[in-house]
Design a protein around this ligand. Structure first.
Ligand code: DOR
Length: 424
């Protein structure tokens, strides 16, 4: 069976080019004019780009299936244009054994909506005490190791993790938070937090760990990836490290370039997230970092939570917000970048960090695996919680008007989304 994507504009690293794209047996077989195939997908007014890769999603399975499952999260991912996602390790049990990692990957394959790439824990149980079995997990194909949800507090353990990781060719991804400085925190420590009279998460809790791990990367020669950067100084630190040629990469989440701490002035936990929403100057710095390449990737930190937990008082509600289905639109609407830059941040740059550049984020040319996203960059739509495929409803963007929408997504040549509708 062949599929042809018709009347679109191909957008990849080489730029833009009008043309139809024919796909058969999971790969691109022709790019040209007036192609026909067994299944034809209209792409009029749309960009046809390499599939998106999300370095940071919480799929909640195993352990929290009431909030999300690998299947429902993969469906949300496909609708957001993602063909691969890195599943964070803070499940119950966490990703510190071969059994869990293999189960996550298998459930992803069964869902068949996007490639689910399990991360591995840095430490057993994410407790920050002893290293997880990197070698065994790496041999099973795990490339990103992180204790996300918490940072590795012990600098010696982090040093050893970097040394061990370097010998295996894997990447350590740090959730930067010195937890002694954030005990009891519910939002960013700043003017809004003082007015509300609640305990704050100081920016320095993030920045100290960014600084420490840049220095540990320098010491060990091992790569380090910084998860969800949220402060102006963190962005500056990464910019400086890159200028020195250090092996650091970084991501930022859409909520950190679209929402400020003022969103919390009504005490609504829907806006509670870790790291917290910061100030206007931080948002501007994150946007600059994305524009100048300091920040390599947009990653959603998709963090589903059941309504009951998000309806608890601000201090008791868990941090986290949905992201997979709004990421493209927020990036197009809010960053002021050209579409090529937006797609680079969503596709081939994160694909390289995740170690899947052989099959995701590839230019759309003959022989390339057909992991492809077709999106309308001009379509205006309104976000509604009920309109999302995630099992949870905790989007902070309900009611917001945005521009840019995924129309079709193809995984290994098979349409997972057609005209915005998931096919499985
Ligand atoms: O807001 C967050 N939610 N930040 C994290 O680091 C973890 C995540 C979650 O698992 O809910």
């Amino acid at each position: 069976m062949s599929v042809v994507i018709k009347n679109g504009t191909v957008l990849d690293r080489r730029g833009e080019q009008r043309g139809d794209v024919r796909i058969a047996d999971g790969v691109v077989t022709e790019v040209g004019a007036n192609l026909s195939g067994d299944v034809e997908l209209d792409a009029s007014g749309c960009m046809v780009s390499p599939g998106f890769v999300d370095l940071h999603v919480h799929l909640r399975q195993p352990g929290r299936e009431e909030a999300e499952t690998i299947e429902t999260g993969s469906r949300a991912a496909a609708r957001g244009g993602f063909t691969a996602v890195v599943a964070m390790p803070n499940t119950e049990p966490p990703h510190d054994s071969l059994a869990v990692v293999q189960m996550v990957r298998r459930l992803g394959e069964q869902a068949g909506l996007c490639e689910v790439l399990p991360s591995g824990c840095i430490t057993m149980g994410r407790l920050g005490e002893t290293l997880a079995p990197f070698s065994e997990l790496a041999a099973a194909g795990v490339h990103i190791f992180t204790d996300d949800g918490t940072g590795v507090q012990d600098p010696l353990l982090m040093r050893r993790a970097l040394e061990y990781g370097k010998s295996l060719g894997i990447v350590l991804a740090q959730h930067c938070e010195v937890s002694r400085l954030t005990e009891g925190a519910v939002m960013h420590e700043g003017g809004c937090c003082s007015r509300l009279g609640v305990p704050g998460w100081p920016s320095v809790a993030e920045e100290l760990m960014v600084f420490r791990d840049i220095e540990l990367s320098r010491l060990t020669g091992a790569p380090v990836h910084f998860l969800h950067l949220s402060t102006a100084k963190s962005v500056d630190l990464v910019r400086g490290a890159k200028a020195e040629g250090l092996l650091v990469t970084a991501e930022a989440a859409p909520h950190h370039f679209t929402l400020t701490d003022e969103s919390l002035s009504g005490f609504d936990p829907i806006f509670k997230v870790n790291p917290p929403l910061r100030e206007a100057a931080d948002i501007a710095a994150v946007k600059r970092g994305l524009a100048d390449g300091t920040i390599d990737a947009i990653a959603t930190d998709h963090a589903p939570h059941v309504s009951e937990s998000k309806e608890m008082p601000l201090d008791q509600a868990p941090p986290g917000m949905l992201g997979l289905e709004t990421s493209l639109a927020l990036s197009i609407s809010e960053l002021g970048l050209d579409l090529g830059q937006v797609v680079a941040l969503l596709s081939w740059r994160p694909a390289a960090i995740a170690g899947v550049a052989d099959r995701h984020g590839r230019d759309i040319e003959v022989g390339a695996p057909a992991n492809i996203t077709v999106f309308d960059p001009d379509l205006n739509w309104r976000v509604t919680a009920a309109g999302l495929a995630s099992k949870s409803r905790n989007t902070p963007y309900a009611g917001r008007s945005v521009r840019g929408k995924v129309r079709h997504t193809l995984l290994r040549g098979i349409p997972t989304v057609i005209d915005g509708e998931a096919q499985r």
